[in-house]
Design a protein around this ligand. Structure first.
Ligand code: G3P
Length: 222
């Protein structure tokens, strides 16, 4: 399973990219709004900060409701950073989003259909030619449903029917989500930087480093 980072914060993206485990970046209107910068400018900056990733998701804005409106925005977004092929058009899971997805897929533009909460929504998006689908685990857990089980079912469905569409497990809130979606067959998990950090940590690792340090201080130096 690959890791994408779920943020529009450049500093967090830089830190994660430096570690060398990043394959992509996802953003959404809420994440971009937090940064207080023009959306297109931030997407261009992100593309420059992560030259060697497969995808940077740029979501059409919520005021684009019809397919024509979404496609018009997408046509502008794909020009960002000189037509950077990483730019992936993130579309909401609506009928207009599906129509836009099919249109963009035919033109060879990468797409990410987001706000997926059922297997049937994922099936429709895959059939519309989506490069990625984004089921939101945490928000299902929030309403006492099992988000990981949804990923497991979509993964099974895509494999039975040989879809190329990749699953991006989104709304990932903690390390256990990461382990479970990896075991459930998700192709990608998109996670905040705080969760990347948490994944690297264990109290016994810290204790081990501390012990090696104190023991090494006592060792004879030649
Ligand atoms: O990638 C989708 C994600 O940003 C939503 O996460 O935590 O707002 O449900 P959350």
């Amino acid at each position: 399973m690959k890791f994408f980072i779920d943020t529009a914060n450049l500093e967090d993206i830089r830190k994660a990219y430096k570690i060398g485990v990043l394959s992509g970046v996802t953003t959404n209107p809420s994440l971009v709004a937090k940064e207080g910068i023009k959306f297109e400018d931030r997407i261009a900056e992100i593309c420059q900060v992560v030259p060697e990733v497969e995808s940077v998701s740029a979501e059409v804005t919520p005021d684009a409701v019809t397919a024509d409106e979404m496609i018009a925005q997408a046509e502008e977004l794909i020009k960002i950073n000189g037509g950077d092929e990483k730019v992936t058009i993130k579309l909401p899971m609506t009928l207009a989003g599906l129509e836009s997805c099919r249109y963009l897929a035919k033109k060879g533009v990468k797409t990410n259909v987001t706000l997926i909460f059922t297997v049937n929504q994922a099936l429709l998006a895959a059939r519309a030619g989506a490069t990625y689908v984004s089921p939101f685990l945490g928000r299902l857990d929030d309403i006492s449903e099992d988000g990981v089980q949804l990923v497991e079912k979509i993964s099974k469905l895509f494999r039975i029917h040989n879809f190329d569409t990749q699953i991006i497990a989104a709304s990932v809130r903690h390390p256990d989500h990461v382990t479970r979606v990896a075991m459930a067959g998700s192709h990608i998990a998109t996670i905040p930087y705080s969760v990347i950090e948490q994944l690297s940590k264990h109290p016994l690792t810290d204790q081990g480093i501390e012990k090696f340090t104190t023991d090494w201080e006592k060792a004879p130096k030649y």
